[in-house]
Structure formats: C-alpha cells, structure tokens
Ligand binder design. Structure first.
Ligand SMILES: Cc1cc2nc3c(=O)[nH]c(=O)nc-3n(C[C@H](O)[C@H](O)[C@H](O)COP(=O)(O)OP(=O)(O)OC[C@H]3O[C@@H](n4cnc5c(N)ncnc54)[C@H](O)[C@@H]3O)c2cc1C
Length: 418
C-alpha cells in the first residue's frame, strides 16, 4: 500500500535523496522533510576539501537546487526537527510543538561529532567539525596562513583538515591515539603512505598521543598539552575524534538501537512503517549477513534511494558494495569493499606507493573483499573502482599475482573472475 504521507526526519543527504527518489518514482502524496539545521540539505564531503580550500562554492554542496523542494511540492521545515515519534499513533511531534501523522516515516538524522572531555575544550579557537558553518569559520581562520593549528584525531577528517590547513600555509600538528594514522581503517602500510604524504607537506605528527588539556589566555586557546606533557602551540584546535550516530529519537520511541538504528536490508526498523538510512542506520547487509553502519556519502545516497523505494512497497534492498573517497594534497583515493573483512589481511599492491599511483586489493581466502585505488588514471577503462566492486561482488578467488601484475588488464580480471 502506498502511504498517504511521508515524513523524513533529517534534512541531509539521505533524507533529501529519499525525497527526490519518491518524486522520481511518481509518488504524489505529501512529503515533509524536517531538519535541525537552517540550511537546505547539503553534502558534507566538500566541507573538509574543495569548499574549505575555497575551490568550490555553495552550489557544489547542494544536494538539490534550492528551488527543487518547492517545485516538487516537498515541505521543508528547516530549524524545526522532529522532537518525538509515536509509532503506535503513526505521528511525529516537531520541535515547535506541531503534530503530524505519517503513513511512513524515514529517520535520517545522521551523526554528531564526538566531544572530548578535556579541560579547555570550550575555549575560543577550539571546535569540532561537521557543518557548513564549521567549514566557513575554519576557512576564515586558516586562509591567511601562519597560524599554529593542532588537529586532535588521526582519522579521515583529521587528515583532510590537516591537508587543508597545511595547504593554506599554517603550521600543523596532528595527534591521535594510533601508532600510524588510519591504520585501523587501511592497515599500517597504507596508513604510513598517508603519513609520509603529510610529512612531505610539512605536517608534524605526535602518535600515539592523547590531548590532556587545552590551555588558553583571555578565553582563547594557546596550546594543547599532550599526555607526555608536551605543549603544542595552538591558535586553532579542531577536535576530530569520530562521530556518534543520532539514535536518541529512535531510542525514545522504543525502536531497536545498537550502534545505530537497527534495520533489515530494506532499511525497515523494528517499528511498523518506520525506516532509517544514512549515518544513523545500522543495516543488515546481504553480502556479509551482518549489520553494517557506514559513515560515508555513498551509503547515505544509496540508503536514501532504497528507503524511498521500500516505503513505496517496492522490493528494494541496500546491497551495494560500500564506497568512500578522500582527497589529500595531490592524492585522490577511492575505497570500495568491506573494511571489516579486509582488516586482517595485508594488501596486494598493483603499481607503486612511491609513485603515488597504485591499487591495493585485500583478499579473504583468495576472494577480493576490498580495494583502494590511489591516483589510478581515471581514463583507464574499465576503471579501478568498477573493477574492484565487480571482483568483490563476484566472490571468486583471484590469484594475488594477477591482481599485482600490471600486464594483466582489468578487463581480463573481470572476464575471468567476475
Ligand atoms: C567534514 C566531512 C567530510 C566528509 N567527507 C567524506 C568523504 O570524503 N567521503 C565520504 O564518503 N563521506 C564523507 N563524509 C561522510 C558523509 O558526509 C556522511 O556519511 C553523510 O553526510 C551522511 O548523511 P546523512 O544524511 O546520514 O546525515 P547528515 O548529513 O548528518 O544529515 C542529517 C541531518 O539531520 C539533522 N537531524 C538530526 N536529528 C534530527 C531530528 N531529530 N530531526 C530532524 N533533523 C535532524 C542533522 O542536524 C543533519 O542536518 C564526510 C563527513 C564530514 C562531516
């Protein structure tokens, strides 16, 4: 049965993509998107890359042109989030007190930056990084160069911000709990590749090191003190220590929550007619038979599409091979596959890390479970990303020598092993 009206809690990529998909599928009923932020739905990846670097403007971050929502009769309640859900009554209450019933509800509230409980975290010059305002403010702070910048957190966001801050000519120090940055995500060799890239561009690392305190004068940050007692001068401090999925709304409504809002592969939650997508959803993935929560752009995009189709009663499942990308200095990287399956194996490399042009394949019992292409020519046909995804989906064992051998073209790998 097609629902008469649909409410979407979360005006981000997953929520806006769901609305666009609903209209593209011919849904003519009422759609309401409620969001916490005052902005039309926007993309976050450019915030720590080209938007922060001033290479892309506002249009590069829009999920849809501003006029699309009115033109398509989609109600957008900005700055008026969903405050509570009553699954039995099939209704939501917005922050302004208004109550609205729904035939189907999509929860797409994203995630929030994890806070760091250290003294001084409230000083001027210290911030987390998630929103377009965070990016604008940091750009203003960084743009003239010459400042002392300390990044706390050696994950993807910390590394991207370090690259941007250094590109603007600031003195950048990055500290994190790992021995090697990104090692938990991509292993020690490739984590070291990114560390070298940053060091070659002037970024200093303190690893492993924890921030013990942020000191200041007249309310402004002046230094980060590490657990070894080192004082790192700091005018600007960004805390980038991961995110926490927004589950409070779902939990208060009695939905099943565990590392995110639990869903089946069609993104249905434990409550009838309530779906979840994006960073907040922990969805059953048909490939592994396990739940996966992904904090990446393509998961929000594909999840928004699948949730919309599932809300319309179509047979849709989120079964795509996970994907994300990063740009740091002169390195463009794309990763496709299942980090949880890749975690234990060392990658097979095609190309060379020294030339900054390579593809890394991770295998489990001979099958490719993940791959990462770095600066691999985008003109290559078939592309590295497409090849990796096809090999992962095929679940066929591939000899490591053939993965590493550049004289074996990708189309041969695909014809023999997918
Ligand atoms: C700086 C940055 C860089 C990134 N770079 C990359 C990258 O290079 N590659 C990549 O793959 N991924 C990247 N990501 C991750 C990617 O942006 C996220 O996975 C994606 O934004 C998730 O989309 P979402 O719609 O689930 O959540 P969000 O984009 O967070 O949107 C959710 C929205 O819902 C709002 N909300 C919360 N609670 C409620 C409520 N109760 N009612 C209504 N609204 C609510 C939130 O305020 C938010 O505006 C990056 C993220 C950040 C922050």
């Amino acid at each position: 049965m097609t629902p008469e009206s649909i409410v979407i809690a979360g005006a981000g990529l997953a929520g806006a993509t769901a609305a666009r998909t609903l209209r593209a599928e011919g849904y003519a009923g009422k759609i309401t998107i409620a969001g916490t932020e005052q902005h039309h739905p926007y993309l976050r990846p450019p915030l720590s890359k080209e938007y922060l670097l001033g290479k892309a403007g506002e249009d590069a971050v829009e999920v849809a042109p501003e006029g699309w929502y009115a033109d398509n009769n989609v109600g957008l309640l900005l700055g008026n989030p969903v405050a509570s859900v009553d699954p039995a009554a099939h209704s939501v209450r917005f922050a302004d007190g208004a109550v609205q019933s729904y035939g189907a509800l999509l929860l797409a509230p994203g995630a929030s930056p994890r806070r760091l409980p250290v003294p001084g975290a409230e000083l001027d010059g210290v911030s987390t990084f998630r929103t377009i305002e965070d990016s604008r403010r940091l750009r203003e702070q960084l743009a003239s160069g010459g400042r002392n910048v300390v990044l706390i957190g050696s994950g993807w966001i910390g590394m991207e911000l370090a690259a941007a801050a250094s590109t603007y000519g600031n003195r950048v120090t990055l500290l994190g709990l790992e021995d090697i940055p990104l090692a938990t995500a991509i292993g020690p060799d490739l984590g070291s590749f990114f560390r070298t890239l940053h060091e070659d561009n002037g970024v200093r690392f303190r690893l492993p090191a924890a921030a013990r305190e942020i000191t200041g004068e007249s309310g402004k940050a002046t230094a980060v003190v590490t657990d070894t007692g080192e004082h790192l001068p700091a005018d600007i401090v960004v805390i980038a220590v991961g995110v926490v999925p927004e589950t409070s709304l779902a939990a208060a409504a009695g939905l099943e929550v565990s590392n995110g809002i639990l869903t089946d592969a069609s993104l249905r939650t434990s409550a009838p007619d309530v779906f979840a997508a994006g960073d907040a959803a922990n969805a059953l993935h048909p490939f592994t038979g396990e739940h996966h929560r992904s904090e990446h752009w393509s998961n929000a995009l594909n999840g928004g599409k699948v949730a919309a189709k599932a809300m319309l009663g179509q047979d849709a499942v989120l079964d795509v091979v996970p994907y994300f990308y990063t740009d740091q200095f002169d390195v463009s990287m794309e990763y496709s596959g299942f980090p949880s399956l890749a975690a234990k194996s060392a990658p097979v490399i095609r190309g060379s890390l020294e030339s900054k042009e390579f593809v890394a394949f991770w295998q489990q019992e001979g099958r490719v479970v993940a791959g990462m292409n770095v600066n691999w020519p985008r003109s290559a046909k078939p592309g590295a990303q497409k090849t990796i995804k096809a090999l992962v989906s095929a679940r066929t064992a591939v000899p490591a020598e053939q993965l590493a051998d550049e004289s074996v073209p990708f189309d041969r790998l695909l014809s023999e092993f997918s």
